[in-house]
Write a protein that binds this ligand. Structure first.
Ligand code: COA
Length: 168
């Protein structure tokens, strides 16, 4: 996809299939996830819970839509209870962020714009913090740092992923 202008808007019910695609993109950073493939990966409870039953109280997100109508990326958040904590869990009232940009649309600033829009949305919804989990080797870690995320101090140095938090 060549550089296109795009708009950012809140997630609508019709975007849900695209969000599942982007959830797979985010999960497929893990090699095992790529090996088992999309259908199996998205059926795993630890992945599925990021979108299953979308539209629950507190769920919110944004999508980037190109001029020609193609979906470029999505970022969203959801809160989890202690007993069903996500990978980047901090507390039940701290939403956890997920983000994915379509392969052909990466590296053009879409991810950063989505992050800014989602952080503004979370702040507007009254949240004070937002968290995420990222593989320490994922270059997305630097992107998160540039957008205000810091190591939340919850992960051991030997963990392959680190939980990060941004204060809103
Ligand atoms: C991470 C991701 C959402 C960033 O979106 P993006 O639109 O490419 O990001 P931007 O163009 O705004 O910013 C680029 C930055 O993202 C990071 N990045 C991560 N993966 C990247 C990729 N495949 N291509 C380009 N940049 C990438 C880099 O830090 C880059 O910063 P740099 O310019 O200093 O190199 C996107 O690359 C993606 O979907 N990756 C796969 C899924 C994933 O890793 N999700 C996060 C899991 S925690």
């Amino acid at each position: 996809m060549k550089h296109q202008s795009y708009t950012i808007r809140p997630v609508l019910a019709e975007d849900i299939a695209f969000l599942w695609d982007m959830l797979y993109e985010a999960a497929a950073v893990d090699e095992h996830t790529r090996v088992i493939g999309k259908q199996s990966a998205l059926a795993m409870p630890e992945n599925r819970k990021y979108l299953m039953g979308w539209g629950q109280n507190g769920d919110a997100g944004v999508v980037a839509v190109a001029e020609d109508g193609r979906m470029m990326g999505a970022a969203w958040y959801r809160c989890f209870p202690v007993e069903a904590a996500g990978y980047g869990f901090i507390a039940p009232n701290v939403p956890e962020l997920s983000i994915g940009v379509a392969l052909e649309a990466r590296g053009q600033g879409v991810g950063g714009t989505l992050l800014d829009a989602l952080l503004a949305m979370a702040k507007q919804q009254g949240y004070r913090q937002i968290s995420l989990s990222v593989d320490r080797k994922n270059p997305a870690l630097q992107l998160y740092q540039r957008h205000g995320f810091r190591d939340a101090g919850m992960s051991a140095a030997g963990d392959s992923a680190v939980t990060m938090v941004a204060y809103l």
